[in-house]
Design a protein around this ligand. Structure first.
Ligand code: GUN
Length: 279
């Protein structure tokens, strides 16, 4: 029987637990999101982050800046937030408009408030010492989901499809740190099925490549991070759900799988950064 990994139930439980902790211990985390421009998907993501932060009892603020804002102005805004003691977590919603230097903006965030874990300093800690780093939100949510369903990672063959800084690269590193044997595939990999057919755990995060059941090993764990809308406006992941679900042992649905878990990851990171800030 295939188990559908329910990200909504786990997200709700995590948010309720955070809310109880924040109330009981009188914690005061505050997350500020910076949204530059009018990207429709980004607006929805930021609205969702506000909504679920409220559920967890986390204060939020959104700084909205017009699409023609220049790099220096965004950085000046970040520096203001870096210096504001009431702000304990800062998130710059990506993608930024093309004329903005994304790398400079990301690295302007104080590493102690880098809730996405995207600064070079944080990434260095993740790949280097492996301590005191913030796990980017989607990988953190996925690790919580794997843990919830008691999926063993050590010694398993994992295939990560996609090499983005947001999901693919950190996910590969984290699975490796948990003793998986990791292969990273991407848009230039010929015959991806050659890799996925041998994999125990597949993290699909491309938004482009379609995964079908014939590409998978019976009983595998399939985590789908893709977000694609079909011609009718319905949301789908990277996998053809019906054919994949008939082969694998565990699968995340889209919507209702990794999307809600990314929110849970963000809120866990926000509270963790607050805890470090008060010591
Ligand atoms: N855009 C898509 N995913 C993310 C994310 O996890 N964090 C931020 N800041 N922007 C994103």
């Amino acid at each position: 029987m295939t188990i559908i990994m329910d990200g909504i139930v786990l997200r709700n439980r995590i948010l309720n637990e955070l809310q109880a902790r924040i109330k009981e211990q009188g914690l005061k985390p505050k997350l500020v999101a910076i949204l530059v421009g009018d990207d429709a998907a980004s607006k929805i993501y930021v609205r969702n982050k506000e909504k679920y932060a409220a559920v967890a009892g986390i204060k939020t603020d959104v700084v909205r800046m017009p699409a023609d804002t220049n790099t220096e102005t965004v950085i000046a805004q970040i520096k203001k937030l870096n210096g504001d003691k009431s702000v304990t977590a800062i998130l710059v919603q990506l993608p930024l408009p093309k004329h903005i230097d994304t790398n400079a903006v990301i690295n302007a965030v104080d590493v102690s408030k880098d809730v996405d874990g995207f600064t070079d300093a944080n990434i260095g800690r993740m790949f280097g010492s492996g301590v005191d780093f913030v796990m980017p939100c989607t990988p953190r949510g996925i690790m919580a989901l794997l843990d919830e369903y008691k999926i063993n990672i050590a010694g398993k063959k994992a295939v990560v499809i996609g090499r983005s800084n947001i999901v693919g690269k950190p996910m590969a590193q984290i699975l490796m740190a948990h003793n998986a044997t990791v292969t990273v595939c991407h848009s230039q990999t010929p015959n991806i099925a050659e890799y996925t057919r041998n994999a125990d755990i597949i993290i699909a995060a491309t938004g482009k490549i379609k995964i079908t059941g014939d590409m998978l090993k019976p009983g595998a764990v399939l985590i789908d991070v893709g977000m694609q809308r079909d011609e009718n406006g319905n949301l789908h992941g990277d996998c053809d759900f019906a054919s994949c679900a008939s082969v694998v042992g565990y699968i995340t649905p889209t919507p209702g799988g990794t999307g809600p878990m990314t929110i849970a990851g963000l809120m866990m990171n926000t509270v963790d950064l607050y805890m470090v800030s008060v010591y």
